[in-house]
Design a protein around this ligand. Sequence first.
Ligand code: R5P
Length: 337
Amino acid sequence: MDWGLKNRLAQIIKPQNNRALMLAVDHGYFLGPTEKLENPKKVIAPLLKHCDSLMLTRGVQRTSVDANTDTPMVLRVSGGSSIIGDDLSQEDITVSIQDAIRLNASALAMSIFVGSKYEYQTIVNLGKLVSEAEQYGIPVLAVTAVGKELGKDARYLSLACRVAAEQGAHIVKTYYCENFEKVVQSCPVPIIVAGGKKIPERDAMQLTYNAIKGGAVGVDMGRNIWQSEHPVAMIKAVKAIVHQNYNVDQAYKMYQKLVAEESKRTPKSKGNKPNQKKSKKQNNQKKQNNQNKPQQKKSKKQNNQKKSNKQNKPNQNNPKQNKPNQNNSNKPNPAKK
Ligand code: R5P
């Protein structure tokens, strides 16, 4: 293997333990402003130093990542469809190798859609990309994307991963599934597992643990990190599973501890901000209500009613007369006992 290719791969899969923690933030390339990734710059900044590599598009890299970082970039170079379009599998290569080099990409990533309408196009593109990238010593990560109509079982994923590896992909990204070991065993290159949709933190840790146990080199996780209420705590816990062989209990305890420390550190004024905003809203609502004349009239009426009630109040000095008033409607009536 060429020195440059080997060196770039080592930036992504750490040679010390053959493990990898990739943070995925490329979702916008077909989903647009994904929930909690609306502002990539804000999301990426606190997480960047905790991942081994960052998977993203060139647009986000240029606009939202500090160029002084030493975190390696895994650049997505495929695209062409969006979630509201006709067919997500209709992807092509959208970034030139020259631009990838300008961006100092440590690896290139693209999706293949095995079993979909555009299977041929995406698989041929993968072969071409590998040929081109290898000229410059850049590894290629193939993403085995799954369409709505395709399953995510070991049989299908084994097929998709193997097809990607046969085209020369240096790493394959796929999903965790039952009998995942079979997927790993039949794929001659390292497999990294995608996190998938947001699930409870502990479950995402379990997924990470299972993936590693099943033979994956690590995870390429996105939503389960930055859609968490505590992204930094979450990435640290996932990292501990990937790199320190933590089990799920240990990682989850670590997460809880970090969350507790985080909430202690958070200044009260900051934490109260959402409430302050809420109460402003409430105040406005109140003002609006006060401007509402019929309600004022109603409350005058109510006041008159109150006055007349007061006037009808029995003499407090007369215990017999007091009895009915002491009967709060919510209290059980002793007379009924
Ligand atoms: C899809 O948009 C990308 O390939 C993501 O990088 C991949 O799905 C991993 O992100 P997540 O953990 O959110 O599934």
